[in-house]
Design a protein. Structure first.
Length: 363
């Protein structure tokens, strides 16, 4: 299992980060395409003891892949074969957009971190929706009721003025909600100008109400709705979001997105500065992400689900988040450093630790 980090240094560490991501993702898709994913799945699939429930949805494992890796739903089946209990697709916008100019993805290897300013590059909700429909049908046919779960993360189109954000989110919800096991409103990326202003309770209320209304109408059912927030919110703002989520009857909060902070990094300051603006993810986010989780858990208790993400690398990290009040845990950045058997390693660690399917269950 420790072979991949050596391979990463030899094959990918010198390469442009976005190009390396694209090559790695295509390799995962290719393995699935030739049928080898079924072989991998025998090794990587989570044990039945890891099944857990959140907001009325059954997950094969409490550990899943955060939004950002599969932005457009092109590799859901392939990623499921690697052992992720859920795959969150996105962020998807109402309109197609190319994202920010390249280069826009950078590694800080010494910190096991990544800086990105991708800018929600994707083909738009109308293009992604059919892929989600096909993937969901394939998972249902193959796994039945115990299938991996598909989350869909939606954000604002950059070209759409902030005052029209609600209408833009409605477009995405209308197209994507019918194919989503749960829907996430992303108002916390630092890479779309003005987006984080929508995290204030006054702005967030009408947005979440509109997405709830649109998604229910489009799907013909109540689609679990979560909001994803930034780690850079002040404690008072975190409290306001938590209270709003309870008031509106949301199913959960995802905490946290990337940070604009650069404190405590071990990398050469010149290398950090060379990355430029963007959101920092990975190991340096661990402490703040856990702090935010504990604060939110103290407010919401078991009244809604908390999905913890940020600095998660090991099964022990997942256990810590579950013990702190998370219902589910996500990772992403460590996937780039640990390789395709990362989820399998986490699942095995949880099984050995005696994971029990309850909200804060760790033994």
């Amino acid at each position: 299992m420790r072979v991949y980090p050596l391979f990463f240094r030899a094959a990918f560490s010198w390469m442009d980060a976005e190009r390396a991501h694209r090559i790695g993702f295509k390799a995962i898709q290719a393995v699935h395409g030739v049928g080898m994913g079924r072989v991998l799945e025998r090794f990587a699939g989570p044990q039945a003891s890891l099944r857990t429930s959140a907001f009325g949805v059954e997950f094969p494992s409490p550990f899943g892949l955060a939004a950002g890796f599969d932005k457009e739903g092109k590799g859901i089946e392939a990623l499921a074969e690697l052992g992720f209990g859920h795959i969150e697709v996105g962020t998807i916008t109402g309109q197609a957009q190319p994202g920010n100019p390249k280069p826009r993805l950078f590694r800080l290897i010494k910190d096991r971190a990544v800086v990105n300013r991708m800018g929600f590059n994707n083909g738009g909700a109308a293009a992604v929706a059919p892929r989600l429909a096909v993937a969901r049908a394939a998972l249902e046919k193959r796994y039945g009721a115990g299938r991996p779960i598909i989350g869909v993360n939606i954000g604002k189109t950059k070209a759409v003025p902030l005052e029209d954000a609600v209408l833009d989110y409605r477009v995405s919800a209308r197209a994507l909600a019918p194919h989503a096991d749960y829907l996430v409103v992303n108002v916390s990326s630092p890479n779309t100008p003005g987006l984080r202003l929508l995290q204030s309770a006054d702005s967030l209320r009408p947005l979440l109400e509109a997405v709830r209304e649109e998604s229910t109408a489009a799907a013909g059912r109540r689609v679990p709705l979560l909001v994803k927030i930034a780690p850079d919110l002040a404690d008072g703002d975190l409290d306001d979001v938590a209270q709003l989520a309870l008031e509106l009857g949301l199913e959960g909060i995802i905490a946290t997105n990337t940070t604009i902070g650069r404190d405590g990094l071990e990398s050469d300051p010149a290398a950090v500065e060379a990355c430029g603006a963007g959101g920092l993810s990975g190991a340096p986010l661990k402490a703040r992400s856990l702090e935010v989780l504990r604060r939110l858990a103290g407010i919401v208790g078991d009244r809604l689900a908390l999905v913890s993400v940020g600095g998660v690398e090991t099964a022990a990290d997942v256990q810590e988040r579950l013990a702190a009040g998370a219902s589910l845990v996500q990772g992403y950045t460590a996937f780039l450093y640990e390789g395709p058997f990362w989820a399998a390693s986490v699942n095995r660690g949880l099984t050995k630790a005696g994971f029990v399917t309850s909200r804060t269950s760790v033994e």
